[in-house]
Design a protein around this ligand. Structure first.
Ligand SMILES: [Zn+2]
Length: 174
């Protein structure tokens, strides 16, 4: 190796760059689900960010302090509209539409399912609309699944539980 012949730094692992994404107001995202199942979790809104309720993996200070809890879930997907892999936040209302549209794919046959998530209007609080477009039959074109549970813990900034057999068990895996 010489001064002008140094290898570039190692590339980021794809999962390192993947983020939790919330559908913005006015957006229409077509998504190909790459996960078998959704990671489901109760959350608290603490100091401007969404954090998981630590129950049942441990003690939850937010619950002890009496903060409200909300339930939501996360879909690992290939966002065809933006050409990027992401972990999409699916609100309880959006999940209920997924349930109504494709109950037969729940809980663990979602891989390859195609969806449009849209949020009409100008507010992030507007309701998400969900459309289902069936399941991709050409299995080879479905991108590899993401480590959704690992990405969630990284984004939350808390260590993933290391107890054997309990790794992210309360999230329902991916
Ligand atoms: Zn809690």
């Amino acid at each position: 190796m010489t001064l002008l012949d140094q290898p570039p730094p190692e590339r980021d692992h794809r999962a390192e760059r993947v983020r939790i994404e919330t559908l913005p107001a006015g957006a229409i995202w077509r998504c190909l689900c790459t996960a078998h199942k959704l990671a489901k979790v109760s959350t608290h809104f603490i100091r401007g960010r969404t954090m998981p309720c630590r129950l049942p993996d441990g003690r939850c200070d937010a619950c002890t302090a009496g903060l409200d809890r909300e339930w939501e879930c996360y879909m690992g997907c290939w966002n065809e509209s933006r050409q990027v892999s992401m972990v999409l936040r699916v609100t309880k209302g959006a999940y209920e539409q997924v349930e109504d549209l494709a109950a037969g794919l729940l809980p663990d046959k979602l891989r390859g399912s195609r969806w449009t998530f849209s949020r009409p209007g100008e507010s992030r609080r507007n309701k998400v609309r969900v459309e289902f477009h069936g399941v991709e039959q050409e299995r080879s074109i479905i991108p590899a699944g993401l480590d959704v549970v690992g990405i969630l813990y990284r984004c939350w900034g808390i260590p993933r539980p290391k107890v054997p057999g309990m790794v992210g068990h309360s999230l329902g895996g991916h």
